[in-house]
Each structure stands twice: as structure tokens, then as C-alpha cells.
Design a protein around this ligand. Structure first.
Ligand SMILES: Cc1cc2nc3c(=O)[nH]c(=O)nc-3n(C[C@H](O)[C@H](O)[C@H](O)COP(=O)(O)O)c2cc1C
Length: 362
């Protein structure tokens, strides 16, 4: 079905196409009939591969990455399409418009996207109102960032504010310090800022846990453009502060020589196929440093089951996609999970973890 709609969507400017699709899915999210229909046409075709991390149960290891449902308007529909988890956001405390348009570019020849959205967000109030209407049993994450006007020294205030507001509404919270499109944001990945930020976040989580009696896990989303020693330091800090997961990775500011599209020189973060190998290398290195103490959510350039399998075998415990969903539609979820299922069957394994242990031994 997406094959029929895609030429129409791709004839539109990339952000216009995004707005049209999201409005449709947001509308569908309000209707149990329409989400039921999406579930029977798409979601029910996706097999189960039970996956457990951060104390949460996922139906299978493929979720939707942050940035598509920034304001939590359409997560019901995305769940019904077959994603086992939907990471909503990035939401900022106050509403903000983001950067000037155009700010999303399709690199068709490269099956990639460059975006410089800059955290366009309706702000916490409407985000919360949308989450309060939640019906789905799928895992829903909330990815939080800082407002453009908040100085870097006070960034923690934005993260803490958002954590407090959404703590009871989502299944996990992601601290996004890796978007390339908000000035200085990635400086938060430097050790001197990060140690303090992670401490404040864990303190907030501890207090909220005490008051609410509920533990909402917190994940840290990192950039793919880190030097080896920077990645090692971040992994050490995530471990010592007992973060619940590391999400690797956001988009890259690098431009591989292989890029063909005329848009390759646009400023912003590159996602999709050209990010795949670099991302898998980061997952492998992070898995080495984290040494099984913290799970890894792998995201970056997954297009087919082989990419997904490689990342899981490199140490990821769960995966997310964004760009391949734009290029291939909901069928890509079924294709990925069926591909993983047949690889598990090939090795006579029930879970990804079992397969990883078995392949390590052999
Ligand atoms: C248009 C666009 C907007 C995005 N917005 C966000 C965002 O708000 N927060 C975030 O953490 N990641 C954001 N991302 C990054 C994705 O979540 C993901 O980490 C990245 O695109 C790599 O995955 P992919 O190659 O499957 O797209 C965005 C990506 C794209 C393409």
C-alpha cells in the first residue's frame, strides 16, 4: 500500500509530506476503529520475538526512533503499524518553532535524510495532554531536550523539568544530548558537563521514584561523532551513574565520500543508509566499554534484517528505525522482524540474547 502512496508523498517537500502523514496518523490515533484497522493490516503481520530490557517487555526488537512523533500525537497509530515501542519527542519544556524551513532534505540516491529541525516542539503542556489519552500496551518512551534559549550551564533545569512532568506518563525517558541542530547541545557530552548532568538526572529519578512508588528508567542518547576516548568516558559515566540504557546513536554531522545526492552539503544531521556501518562500530565499541552492565538501544541506518542482526550481534539489545520507515513504510517493520525471526530459527534460538551468547561461543 505504501508503494502507492510514496510517489505522492515524495512529490511533496519533505517536511510537507511529514506533516500530511503525521496529521493522518494523529487523526487515526483518536479512533479505536482506525487503529484496529492498522493493527490488522500491518501490526498483526509482525511476528513476536519477546525482548526485555530496562525492566520493560517489548513484543519484538524494532521500535520507532525519536523525532517522528515529536509531540506525541500519533503514537497509537505507530504502535498499531507494528512498532513494539515508540519513542516520542524530542519535547522541550516550552514550545519553540525550531530552525527556518527548509530544514529536512531527502538524499534519494543515498537512501538518507539530512535534517536541521532544531527541536521544533509544541512544548510539554500539549505533549502531556496527548500522552494522557494513551490506550496502547506498546512501550512508549519520552525523549527530552533543552530549549534553544536555555544556556548550556542551565540545561539540566530543562531536563529535570521535563522528567518531573512526564515521569508517570511514559515507560522510559531519554536524555537527548546528541542532536547536532541545537547550539552547544553536544557539549553536554563532555566529561565536565556530563558527570554533573547525569548526577542531577539520577537524583531526580530517585526522588520521583520515592514519591510515586514507580521506577521509570532513564536512557542516554549519544552522537555517532565521538572520538574513541570520548565514547569510553561517556560509557564509564553512564555505568557509574547507573543509567538504564544507552541509545546509540543520533544523526551524524560527517559526510561520507560515497554520498551522491545534490543535498549532501546541506547543514544538519545525516541519517539512513550511509550511517549504518559507522553506527554499528559505535555499538560494538560501546558494548565493549559497557560490558553488559547497561543495555544498548541501537539506531542508525538500519534498512534490512542483516543490518539489524549485525547491530544485535555487535551488542545492541533493542533497535529503532526512522529513515528506512520514511523510505519503505510500515512493511519494513514486518520485513526486519521476520528476517530476525528466521535467523533465530536458523540458530535454534528463542531470543536475541541467546543467539548472541551462542555465536560468541562458536
Ligand atoms: C527528520 C528527523 C528528525 C529527528 N529528530 C530527532 C529528535 O527530535 N530527537 C532525537 O533524539 N533524534 C531525532 N532524530 C534522530 C533519529 O531518532 C535517529 O537517531 C537517527 O535518524 C538515526 O536513525 P535512522 O538512520 O534509522 O534514521 C531525527 C531524525 C530525523 C531524520
Amino acid at each position: 500500500m505504501y508503494k502507492l502512496i510514496k510517489p505522492l508523498l515524495f512529490a511533496l517537500d519533505a517536511e510537507k509530506a511529514h506533516d500530511v502523514s503525521l496529521s493522518f496518523l494523529a487523526g487515526a490515533s483518536h479512533s479505536t476503529f482506525l487503529t484496529g484497522l492498522l493493527q490488522s493490516c500491518f501490526g498483526n503481520r509482525v511476528p513476536d520475538i519477546p525482548t526485555r530490557l530496562m525492566g520493560l517487555e517489548f513484543r519484538h526488537p524494532i521500535g520507532l526512533a525519536a523525532g517522528l512523533d515529536k509531540d506525541a500525537r500519533a503514537f497509537e497509530a505507530f504502535s498499531a503499524l507494528g512498532f513494539s515501542g515508540v519513542e516520542t519527542g524530542t519535547v522541550t519544556p516550552k514550545a519553540q518553532p525550531g530552525n527556518d524551513r527548509p530544514r529536512i532534505f531527502r538524499l534519494l540516491e543515498d537512501e538518507a535524510i539530512i535534517n536541521r529541525l532544531g527541536f521544533n516542539s509544541s512544548g510539554l503542556e500539549s505533549y502531556k495532554a496527548n500522552l494522557k489519552r494513551r490506550r496502547t500496551q506498546s512501550v512508549i518512551g519520552g525523549n527530552v531536550g533543552k530549549n534553544a534559549g536555555t544556556p548550556i550551564e542551565r540545561a539540566y533545569e530543562d531536563y529535570v523539568t521535563s522528567m518531573r512532568q512526564i515521569y508517570k506518563l511514559v515507560d522510559y525517558i531519554t536524555i537527548n544530548i546528541s542532536s547536532p541542530n541545537t547550539k552547544s547541545l553536544r557539549e553536554l557530552q563532555n566529561a565536565e558537563h556530563l558527570d554533573d548532568l547525569l548526577l542531577k538526572i539520577k537524583e531526580t529519578q530517585g526522588k520521583l521514584n520515592k514519591v510515586s512508588g514507580r521506577y521509570t528508567p532513564v536512557a542516554l542518547k549519544i552522537a555517532p561523532d565521538l572520538q574513541a576516548d570520548e565514547l569510553e568516558t561517556i560509557c564509564e559515566l553512564a555505568t557509574s551513574h547507573e543509567f538504564d540504557a544507552v541509545i546509540a546513536t543520533n544523526t551524524t554531522v560527517t559526510r561520507p565520500d560515497t554520498l551522491l545526492s545534490e543535498h549532501k552539503t546541506e547543514i544538519g544531521g545525516l541519517s539512513g543508509k550511509p550511517l549504518n556501518e559507522k553506527n554499528t562500530d559505535i555499538i560494538r565499541a560501546a558494548a565493549y566499554h559497557l560490558d553488559g552492565k547497561i543495555p544498548i538501544i541501537g539506531v542508525g541506518g538500519i534498512t534490512n534484517a542483516r543490518d539489524a542482526w549485525d547491530k544485535l550481534m555487535a551488542g545492541a539489545d533493542y533497535l529503532q528505525i526512522y529513515t528506512s520507515f520514511i523510505y519503505h513504510g510500515p512493511a519494513v517493520i514486518e520485513k526486519l522482524v521476520k528476517g530476525l525471526r528466521s535467523r533465530l530459527d536458523h540458530y535454534s534460538c528463542e531470543t536475541i540474547d541467546e543467539a548472541r551468547k551462542k555465536l560468541k561461543k562458536d
